[in-house]
Design a protein around this ligand. Structure first.
Ligand SMILES: *[C@@H]1O[C@H](CO)[C@@H](O)[C@H](O)[C@H]1NC(C)=O
Ligand SMILES: *[C@@H]1O[C@H](CO)[C@@H](O)[C@H](O)[C@H]1NC(C)=O
Ligand SMILES: *[C@@H]1O[C@H](CO)[C@@H](O)[C@H](O)[C@H]1NC(C)=O
Ligand SMILES: *[C@@H]1O[C@H](CO)[C@@H](O)[C@H](O)[C@H]1NC(C)=O
Ligand SMILES: *[C@@H]1O[C@H](CO)[C@@H](O)[C@H](O)[C@H]1NC(C)=O
Ligand SMILES: *[C@@H]1O[C@H](CO)[C@@H](O)[C@H](O)[C@H]1NC(C)=O
Ligand SMILES: *[C@@H]1O[C@H](CO)[C@@H](O)[C@H](O)[C@H]1NC(C)=O
Length: 625
């Protein structure tokens, strides 16, 4: 029963092994059998022709040999001795080959084949060797984790039921682990099962890891002798969690932005490089006397500038700390005055917008949402200065840091009135009341006589504290018009005498102060008209005087009769009906002077008091003279 080594390698354990060899030195024939298989032992003797029978026996060290099988050559029958150990396991073939089924460890014996003739006995011994391959080794009771700097039981490698006994070796990442005092400690144990005779081999490993062992694969192998020599079976590798202490703590600031500003939330995160990472830390917060024990994050909401400073964290035992500096940016803006501010026209107002900022900041001014080129200053407030002023500042480097404040400026003023008059035609006169003031004055008109309030026919737009109210009238008689402008501050009343439409009249200039050149020119024309009118009046007076003088001398009656009635009817004041006498002569002269005076007064009144007009008046008097 010879088999090729290749076949042996293919089925090394299940097969009946018949690799027969003569052990050198011993010179004994050996049969290697696999545990549980059938042991086949040829007799290895030339069968003699006169063979009577053949027998198999085994020998024990001290006791006498034990016969187990017999075959008669002549009777061709087989007998098996009553040996309990071999009951029902033996089979002796015709050529005296003995087969033992279900090989056991106890079958490792020296068997002898005996061929007996009439005159001789031939004996040929055979040694039986039994092999049992161990189970695949496994690592039992593996440690949950290992710790650096600590020698700890890593686990136990066990290979069960082998024969002969196996040997266990440990490997890390495929490299054999050599024992090393205090670092690698192995202890091998072997247990023999008394009934089967099989060995169970185990090796416990104590190991002191380093951080590098974090992902190391630990395995073990069992080395054993098989029928074909030494063989090994590896275990499944096992990776262990290696615990190591934190050597470095790191603090980090988590924020939405690079630059932190007031009102932001800050999250501090601490981490340690140990395994497992530390879960708790001590946080040292500026302004806090005692360290705060917290999880790995510490949150601060709505931070203020006083949170600027150095932040630290350490392990809870106070060791291994890290720190970071945090700057909380801020921006203050103060505007004085601010809010609702009411000032009187003409007053001075100092406006100041000052900022305090952690970094460079820009300031800009807006008036009624329009950007101003300069900051506002008022030496004398005007109505157009009223409005909404905004001082706005922003930090360039810190996103979202902006401040603004508003000044709502109201410029108040008592009503100021100025009335102008314009004769539209012979039928109507336009009177305009120019009003200035804030809050907007209410305008009322009154007229003498009736005293009733005249409706404002037209009111112009109220711009920069000014507007005007215009009425058109056609007075049948001389009237005094009064324009009343009233606001919360004051009631202002201004009157103007307007003569009846029947009386030709010059218009007053629109602007009392005579700033308007064009209107002054108009006045000049007017004055010329008046002067001509006065000259005509003087001429009439002259004629009257001449007639009077003529009448003091004898005159044809018809002439005087002709002259008197029209004068009486048309101009009773100028020429009162009187007797022709010295008295009357004097009265006429007085009347003439009154007329002149009235005319010149009229000029003075209507032209106002400006220098220009005075000169004109003077000229007028000269030309009169
Ligand atoms: C003896 O006989 C068995 C079967 O009976 C056979 O398998 C074996 O090869 C024989 N052995 C020898 C040495 O002839
Ligand atoms: C078992 O290992 C020990 C120590 O390494 C060695 O001395 C022995 O020869 C080995 N035995 C086997 C069967 O490998
Ligand atoms: C800060 O956190 C609070 C709540 O924790 C939240 O209401 C607030 O909106 C956060 N502020 C910012 C600027 O994210
Ligand atoms: C910072 O100032 C605020 C008030 O602005 C105060 O409530 C807080 O306690 C201060 N914090 C520290 C750490 O001084
Ligand atoms: C003034 O207006 C009122 C109604 O508002 C009207 O009854 C009245 O006749 C008007 N008076 C004049 C003089 O226009
Ligand atoms: C208007 O005329 C009256 C007399 O009729 C006079 O008393 C008054 O001062 C005049 N008013 C103005 C504003 O000229
Ligand atoms: C009306 O005023 C004019 C001057 O504006 C004057 O000459 C006239 O006498 C006045 N009439 C009455 C009735 O007062």
């Amino acid at each position: 029963m010879m088999e090729s080594p290749a076949a042996t390698a293919r089925r090394p354990l299940l097969l009946l092994l018949a690799a027969l060899c003569l052990r050198p030195g011993l010179g004994l024939y050996t049969v290697n059998a696999v545990y549980g298989d059938t042991i086949v032992m040829p007799c290895r003797q030339e069968i003699p022709a006169d063979l009577m029978f053949g027998k198999w026996k085994y020998e024990t060290a001290n006791d006498s040999p034990v016969f187990i099988a017999f075959r008669s050559s002549t009777k061709k029958n087989v007998q098996y001795d009553d040996v309990p150990e071999y009951k029902d396991r033996l089979s002796l073939s015709e050529n005296y080959t003995l087969s033992i089924r279900n090989a056991r460890i106890s079958d490792e014996k020296r068997f002898v084949c005996m061929l007996v003739t009439v005159d001789n006995v031939f004996e040929e011994p055979t040694i039986v060797k039994v092999f049992k391959r161990p189970s695949q080794p496994e690592i039992i009771h593996p440690a949950n984790f290992l710790e650096t700097e600590k020698l700890k039981m890593l686990g136990e490698c066990i290979a069960r039921e082998s024969y002969p006994e196996g040997n266990i070796t440990w490997y890390k990442n495929g490299n054999i682990l050599q024992p090393m005092e205090g670092v690698v400690v192995m202890s091998l144990q072997k247990i023999v099962d008394q009934s089967s005779g099989l060995f169970t081999t185990s090796s416990s490993l104590q190991y002191k890891p380093t951080k590098k062992d974090a992902k190391a694969q630990f395995s073990c192998r069992v080395t054993y002798y098989g029928p074909a020599g030494q063989e090994t079976i590896p275990s499944q590798p096992v990776v262990f969690d290696i615990h190591y202490p934190t050597e470095k703590v790191t603090i980090k600031v988590l924020s939405q932005r690079n630059m932190i500003k007031e009102g932001d939330n800050i999250t501090l995160k601490c981490s340690g490089n140990g395994n497992p990472p530390p879960q708790e830390f001590l946080f040292y917060i500026p302004g806090e006397r005692e360290a705060i024990r917290s999880s790995d994050t510490y949150i601060m909401t709505d931070v203020r500038r006083n949170a600027t400073g150095e932040y630290k964290c350490s392990l809870i035992d106070g060791s291994k700390e890290d720190s970071t500096n945090i700057t909380i940016h801020y921006l203050d803006l103060s505007l004085t005055p601010s809010g609702e501010v009411t000032k009187q026209i003409g007053e001075a107002l100092l406006v100041s917008c000052t900022i305090a900022s952690s970094t460079k900041a820009t300031v800009l001014w807006l008036k009624d949402n329009t950007r101003m080129q300069t900051s506002p200053t008022f030496s004398s407030l005007q109505y157009q200065d009223a409005g909404n002023y905004i001082c706005e500042t922003a930090q360039q480097e810190v996103e979202g840091l902006k401040k603004r404040k508003t000044l709502s400026l109201t410029v108040e003023g008592k009503p100021q009135i100025k009335i102008t008059k314009k004769t539209e035609s012979n039928k109507s006169k336009t009177i305009i009341c120019h009003v200035e003031g804030f809050p907007k004055p209410a305008v009322q008109w009154t007229i003498t006589g009736s005293g009733s309030i005249i409706n404002k026919t037209e009111e112009s737009k109220y711009v920069n504290g000014r507007f005007s109210s215009k009425i058109v009238i056609s007075p049948e008689e001389n009237v005094t018009l009064t324009c009343i402008a009233e606001n919360q501050l004051e009631r202002t009343v201004t009157s103007m005498n307007v003569s009846a439409i029947s009386i030709p009249e010059y218009d007053e200039p629109d602007d009392r102060n005579g700033y308007n050149r064009e209107k002054v020119n108009d006045q000049a024309k007017l004055i010329v008209g008046i002067v001509v009118g006065l000259l005509l009046a003087a001429l009439v007076a002259g004629i009257v005087y001449w007639v009077y003088m003529k009448r003091s001398k004898p005159l044809p009656r018809t002439v005087s009769h002709f002259l008197n009635p029209p004068l009486n009817s048309h101009s009773p004041n100028l020429c009162p009906q009187s007797d022709v006498s010295g008295k009357s002569e004097k009265a006429a002269a007085q009347n003439f002077q009154t007329l002149l005076r009235t005319a010149s007064k009229h000029v003075a009144k209507d032209l106002g008091n400006t220098e220009e007009n005075k000169k004109l008046e003077e000229n007028n008097h000269k030309s009169e003279a």
